[in-house]
Ligand binder design. Structure first.
Ligand code: PLP
Length: 404
């Protein structure tokens, strides 16, 4: 059997549907964020990155870089093993204490990515709690969906952000079953924010545990960067807060925080925690520095809010439509994968602007988009340049007017 033919046939389908993914070959430049070099067909061009999830530029913050370099020189490159077998380093525990403090919880547990933290934790909770039912928001991230699926627990999907639907579904379940309400704070593609307080109230009414993914909020919301739950003063009413070290904290890795016994339970039973090499201690040291910095510094959060508002005002001024939301994410819906890619290519080639076209399955078909993430390090000139480019494109493209 020729397996390559089978693989190629599926790739061809993706290409015919416009859903094939092309990656930009970027070289990030420490200290120059959001500028990077784009390597394209043997040529190098300086571009401005407009779609990074290093939301605050912390991945190139001098203190974070220094912490990582110091830890590499002190401890070496790798952790040396799984957390269980020789891989637990002092830097990991310092980071877990920092995270527990960030979210006002008793304990934290780190994983090799946010994806793995969701996958491993939900899979463990759902499989080990007898008769467990997981009530999952319809907009939840793939990592949560896969974790729930892997748990084989009974899954109930409630309509996105619809607390009435959640309550109806909770009410229908036997009282004695352990129930977990799993949802996100900031949904990263539309940028909408969950009605967290209402969800918590309903979960409390039905004795359900709450599991919130704050991946797109940690570092950016709340007076210490503890996420939307911190901003709303709801931290202590949420059972488990999950987050990433790879976005606003500028490193890599994921985590959960909660009670001591909850974290110990996941530590003891989660395959995705037990059977994989621990994060390099240098990554843990860098992440801890980034978190500690954002606990006290407001300038990054304030700068980001300012530039997000500036971009939205400029788009409004020129009649360029974007999805309104209360977060830092600015999605511009194009609604067709081929046209979205064409626009992104044009922005890259003609304007040195990098924004990745977002297509299915990251977003539903027909809602393909350009997703802009202004940071405190995008200058006013960067914003003017982007808006000029979009203005020119909007004039040229009939589809843009149709969308508008
Ligand atoms: N949760 C959400 C909502 C996400 O968007 C992502 C995306 O990356 C993840 C979890 C996974 O986090 P990480 O990138 O750290 O694996």
């Amino acid at each position: 059997m020729n397996f390559d033919t089978l693989f190629q046939a599926q790739i061809d389908t993706l290409k015919n549907d416009g859903n094939y993914r092309y990656f930009a070959e970027l070289e990030r430049k420490a200290g120059k964020f959001p500028k990077a070099t784009n390597h394209l067909n043997g040529e190098q061009r300086d571009v401005t990155v407009w779609c990074s999830n290093d939301y605050l530029g912390m991945g190139q913050h001098p203190a974070v870089i220094a912490a990582m370099c110091e830890a590499v020189n002190r401890t070496g490159t790798g952790a040396g093993g799984t957390r269980n077998i020789s891989g637990t380093n002092h830097d990991h525990l310092l980071l877990e204490r920092e995270l527990a403090d960030l979210h006002g919880k008793e304990a934290a547990l780190i994983f090799t990515s946010g994806y793995i933290s969701n996958w491993a934790t939900l899979a463990t909770l759902g499989s080990r709690l007898e008769n467990c039912v997981i009530l999952s928001d319809a907009g939840n991230h793939a990592s949560m969906i896969e974790g729930i699926r892997h748990s084989r627990a009974h899954k109930v999907i409630w309509k996105h952000n619809d607390v009435h639907d959640l309550e109806m579904k909770l009410r229908a379940l036997p009282e004695e079953y352990p129930k977990i309400v799993a949802f996100e704070s900031v949904y990263s593609m539309d940028g909408d924010i969950a009605p967290i307080e209402a969800i918590v109230e309903i979960a409390e009414k039905y004795g359900a545990m709450t599991y919130i993914d704050e991946v797109h909020a940690v570092g950016m919301y709340g007076p210490r960067g503890g996420g939307v739950t911190e901003e709303l003063g709801l931290t202590n009413r949420i059972t488990l807060i999950e987050g990433t070290l790879g976005k606003a904290f500028g490193c890599v890795g994921g985590y959960i925080t909660g009670s001591k016994v909850l974290c110990d339970f996941i530590r003891s039973f989660a395959s995705g925690f037990i059977f994989t090499t621990a994060l390099p201690p240098a990554v843990a040291a860098a992440a801890r520095t980034s978190i500690a910095h954002l606990k006290v510094s407001q300038s990054e959060r304030a700068g980001q809010r300012c530039q997000v508002a500036r971009l939205r005002a400029a788009l409004d001024h020129h009649g360029i439509p974007y999805m309104a939301n209360d977060s830092h994410i600015v999605p511009v819906i194009i609604g067709d994968p081929v046209k979205t890619k064409m626009l992104a290519d044009y922005l890259m080639l003609e304007w040195d602007i990098y924004v990745q076209p977002i297509n299915y399955p990251t977003v539903p078909k027909g809602t393909e988009r350009l997703r802009f993430t202004p940071s405190p390090l995008h200058s006013d000139d960067d914003i003017d340049h982007l808006v000029n480019a979009l203005k020119t494109l909007w004039k040229q493209c009939a589809i843009a007017h149709a969308v508008a």
